[in-house]
Design a protein around this ligand. Sequence first.
Ligand SMILES: [Zn+2]
Length: 136
Amino acid sequence: MEPKEVRNNSEAKWEVSMQCERCHDVIADGEEKKFHGQVLCEDCYMDLLSPPKACDPWAVYSAKSFAKGNDRGPELNPVQQKILDVLRVEGPTEPKNLSEMLHIKETDLERELAALRHIEKVKGQLRNGKRVIMLM
Ligand SMILES: [Zn+2]
């Protein structure tokens, strides 16, 4: 059991910092991207650099992977499911630690996190200057 006081203390130390102007995700120091005068997180920046075609590639991908069975709830791939499981148990977690726990590369993790953010399963927060991922 996690004592409540610890949680409250760390919440009190949350720093108000830069926010993505597009998805309003918190951007860690040095991770912000500028695009046409907007401050964006890396995900939105990448989105804007490579605008999605007629349909979202990720949606197509997951629709294909989950065509059979599983007709309830959002469609998650096994990695995304694991990310949610870890966050449920561990609470807010740094991406670096998440990728270590899941034994995947950080770049792969970020891609899955972006997908999870799109379906509003997780969000980023700044805690003590560090970006953590948490359940929404
Ligand atoms: Zn964003």
